[in-house]
Structures are given as structure tokens and as C-alpha cells.
Design a protein around this ligand. Structure first.
Ligand code: SF4
Ligand code: SF4
Length: 231
């Protein structure tokens, strides 16, 4: 699929789904579709490169340095994720998660992107050095792969992403799809801006009637908006 075809597919998906977005389950389906589009787009981008020129990822389970820096997401992902957490986690696990999010948010709220990126604060979803929401993690996390873990360990604490050998076709494809989805959601009159993950989680976990308010166009996530490219 060429990027123009992918762009049309995204426009159509958002238009169709937002015309009848009645429940958080509908939203979860849209977010899943977004993941599928991103995976397809990444495969297409990789096909356009010489396979020998694409490095292999050094990422393994338990390698979590990148879970200590800023994660970009969008409200649609966070609304769907928090609904899923509320439906699937036991009460005590959800309470523990709420406390981790609240504590991380207290440390990071108000920091600039660079300060947040280099603050060394763990993502509240990181448990025993592994992502506790792996299949539901933000697109930004799924996108990010590096071919050199040592470069990650040296660069991430300084928020120096230029020094990390990211698997570029994959990352570019995912980011392009995410930003495109966000723009289409904005066109539908709903907040689709990029947000910082921890601040957005804290907002989502403490806002009553979140899905109704966000899908009606209320900008409840405004305090978590990232307004300039962080890197
Ligand atoms: S991006 Fe870097 S820190 Fe993150 S899992 Fe991959 S190698 Fe590890
Ligand atoms: S959501 Fe998962 S993969 Fe992403 S930063 Fe948090 S723990 Fe890491």
C-alpha cells in the first residue's frame, strides 16, 4: 500500500467509526485498526528498503531503558487503554496502578519534554522490568526498536535520541500513521493531539465519564498535550 492509499484508508476508517462511535468498545476497535494499519505500513516501508540494510533489533524482554523516558501517545489510545484496565484488572491491582501513575505524574508534571525525557522516571506500566500491558501498549512503544542496546543505555538518560540506531523504516511508518490518525480524529472534532503518556494516564484515571466527555469534543487531555516535537 502506498502512503497515499494508507492515508485514504485512515481517513475512511476514522470517518466511518466516528459516525457511530457509541461506546468505548467501538473506540477499542478503532485503536486496534490503527495498530493493524501501522503494522501494514511498516511492512510496506521495509519492503522498499534493501533488507540487508535494515538492522536487526537488539530489543529483548527485560530490556527496559526506553521505558524510563517520554512516551508520546494520543487520547484515543489512553481512553481505550484505561477502559481495558478497569475491565480486566483486579481491584487491588488497579489501585496499585493508580498509585504508581499518581506518583510518576507528581514527579513529571510541568517538566519540559527534554526534562521529562531525561528525568529517569519509570513508566507506571513497567512491572519487574517488563511491560505489563504489552499487547495494549501505545503505538509509540511498539514503534521503537534499536539495533544497539548499549547506545540506548548511554543516550536515553541524556534524552539524546540522535545517538540511538533506531530501526528507521518501522519507526517512521508507525509515527506517520499515529500522527495521521490524530489529525483525522481532530477533523472529527475530537481531541487527537499528541499527549505525554503519564500525564494522560493520570487524567484518564481520575476523570468521570471520560469516554462520553472526550468523544463529545471536551479537551480533557489539554494539560497533557505535547505542543512541540520533543526530539
Ligand atoms: S529500544 Fe533500546 S532500550 Fe528499548 S528495548 Fe530496544 S534495545 Fe532495549
Ligand atoms: S507502556 Fe510498556 S513499553 Fe511503553 S514505556 Fe510503558 S512499560 Fe515501556
Amino acid at each position: 500500500m502506498k502512503q497515499s492509499a494508507t492515508a485514504s484508508a485512515i481517513t475512511l476508517l476514522v470517518e466511518e467509526r466516528f459516525a457511530c462511535l457509541d461506546s468505548v468498545e467501538d473506540l477499542a476497535e478503532l485503536v486496534e485498526s490503527m495498530r493493524e494499519v501501522a503494522r501494514l505500513e511498516a511492512t510496506e516501508q521495509e519492503k522498499r528498503h534493501n533488507p540487508l540494510a535494515i538492522a536487526q533489533p537488539d530489543c529483548t524482554k527485560g530490556c527496559s531503558t526506553c521505558c524510563y523516558t517520554l512516551v508520546e501517545t494520543m487520547p484515543a489510545e489512553v481512553v481505550a487503554l484505561v477502559a481495558w484496565l478497569e475491565q480486566t484488572l483486579a481491584t487491588e491491582d488497579l489501585d496499585r496502578l493508580r498509585r504508581r501513575v499518581e506518583s510518576a505524574d507528581r514527579t513529571t508534571r510541568g517538566l519540559t519534554e527534554r526534562q521529562r525525557g531525561g528525568a529517569g522516571v519509570a513508566c507506571p506500566m513497567l512491572v519487574d522490568d517488563a511491560c505489563s500491558i504489552y499487547a495494549e501498549r501505545p503505538l509509540d512503544c511498539e514503534a521503537y526498536q534499536s539495533s544497539d542496546v548499549r547506545a540506548c543505555e548511554a543516550a536515553i538518560p541524556n534524552y539524546d535520541f540522535d545517538e540511538i540506531p533506531v530501526i528507521q523504516p518501522r519507526y517512521n511508518a508507525y509515527e506517520w500513521v499515529r500522527v495521521r490518525f490524530g489529525a483525522e480524529i481532530e477533523r472529527a472534532g475530537v481531541d487527537g493531539q499528541t499527549v505525554e503518556f503519564i500525564a494522560a494516564l493520570q487524567i484518564a484515571l481520575t476523570t468521570e465519564n471520560l469516554f462520553d466527555r472526550w468523544s463529545a469534543g471536551e479537551r480533557v487531555f489539554a494539560p497533557a498535550h505535547i505542543t512541540s516535537p520533543p526530539h
